[in-house]
Design a protein around this ligand. Sequence first.
Ligand code: SME
Length: 160
Amino acid sequence: MFSFAPTPGQSSADLYADLVESARALTDGEPDGVANMANVAALIWQFLPDLNWAGFYRMVGDGLVLGPFVGKPACIRIALGQGVCGTAAATGQTQLVPDVHAFPGHIACDAQSRSELVVPVLRDGQVIAVIDLDSPSPARFTPDDARGIKALAAALVTCI
Ligand code: SME
C-alpha cells in the first residue's frame, strides 16, 4: 500500500519537494514508462488541489499522443504547435496560461478548464513528453507551480 500525501499548510517549495521525492520513490527501479506516468499522474492529483485534469502527452513520431492521466477523457492526438500542449512541445518551453480562453488555439477537452500549465519533459534537449495540468479556476497556476512541475519533469527523464 502506498500512502503519499502533502502535509497540510506546507509551503509550495516543500510541497513540490515532497511531490518530486514521492515520484522518485514510486518510479525507482521500475522501467515501464506507462506505469510510471500513471502513478505520477495519480500523485499530482493527490498533491495539488483545484485540478480537473492532470497527466501526460507523449511525443510519438511527429506529434503528441495522449498518455496516462486523471480527469475526463481527452483528445488523443495533438499536432506540434497546436494548442497549449503542442506549443510547449514545439518550443520546449513551459506554458503558464492564466486564462485558456485568451490562448490562441487552446484545445478545450473539458469545458470546465479555465487555466492550464504545460511543462515539457526534455531528454538530451529533445521533448519526449509534456506534463499537462488543467484547473477549473482562472489563474490557478503560479511561477512556483511551473518551477515545481519542471523539477518533477527533470526527475522523470529517465523513467518514462
Ligand atoms: N488544453 C490542451 C489540450 C489537452 S487537455 O487540456 C487535456 C491544449 O490546448 O493543448
